[in-house]
Design a protein around this ligand. Structure first.
Ligand code: GRF
Length: 208
């Protein structure tokens, strides 16, 4: 079993778009429900709405485009360098639409979180809410997990269930899942930062 101990509390938040989960984290910090500092917000896309939102909140926010890099590892190393120079302790993927590769995993071992809009291991990858609806599940939800090299498959920190209604569309279902995401992510970050947990195989075990 690996035991992390309390982490320092500087977050790096990685986004690609809307940034509503980033907003939920900012809000939880402002309301003192989460004791942490956002050291930097990074986007791989210059047009991410979340970048403006971050700047409006007075946060350091930068776009790091993958364009200038020869391959994925080179981009990942650049990401890790920026996060390292901002003394980030925990990386939070919040709608970051890229696979995180080995250089990032090496720089932040068990220190990268992701939020996914399904009850993993069901419906990994893109369009999770559409997958859930088309499969006909009665319950879906949201998952916060540690990031590993396998897509959406790392140890699960927290999950929340959301019932699927007969009249749901992808949009109505995604909206209700999102409400749970916004509640879940700050809570999962708090748990991970507190450090009273260990990994037992792929199980994330809390110590009370
Ligand atoms: C969320 O549904 C999250 O679970 C998924 O991407 C979406 C990002 O939304 N990984 P936002 O940018 O946080 O609003």
């Amino acid at each position: 079993m690996s035991r992390p101990g309390p982490l320092a509390r500087r977050l790096g938040v990685l986004i690609s778009g809307r940034g509503s989960n980033l907003e939920a984290i900012v809000d939880a910090i402002a309301r003192k429900r989460l004791d942490a500092t956002i050291a930097i917000v990074l986007s791989n896309r210059p047009d991410a709405r979340g970048l403006q939102l971050a700047r409006d909140a007075g946060l350091e926010a930068r776009c790091l485009s993958p364009r200038g890099y020869t391959d994925r590892d080179a981009y990942d190393r650049a990401l890790a360098d920026v996060l390292g120079s901002c003394r980030v302790d925990l990386v939070c993927l919040a709608g970051f639409m890229r696979l995180v590769g080995q250089p990032m995993l090496d720089a932040f071992p068990d220190r990268i979180l992701n939020i996914h809009p399904s009850l993993l291991p069901a419906f990994p990858g893109l369009d999770a809410q559409k997958q859930a609806l088309e499969h006909g599940v009665r319950i879906t939800g949201a998952t916060v997990h540690l990031v590993t090299s396998a897509l959406d498959a790392g140890p699960i920190v927290l999950q929340a269930a959301v019932p699927v209604r007969d009249d749901d569309t992808v949009e109505t279902l995604a909206a209700r899942v999102l409400v749970e995401e916004h509640r879940l992510y700050p809570e999962a970050i708090r748990i991970v930062l507190d450090g009273r947990w260990s990994l037992d195989g792929r199980r994330f075990v809390r110590h009370f």
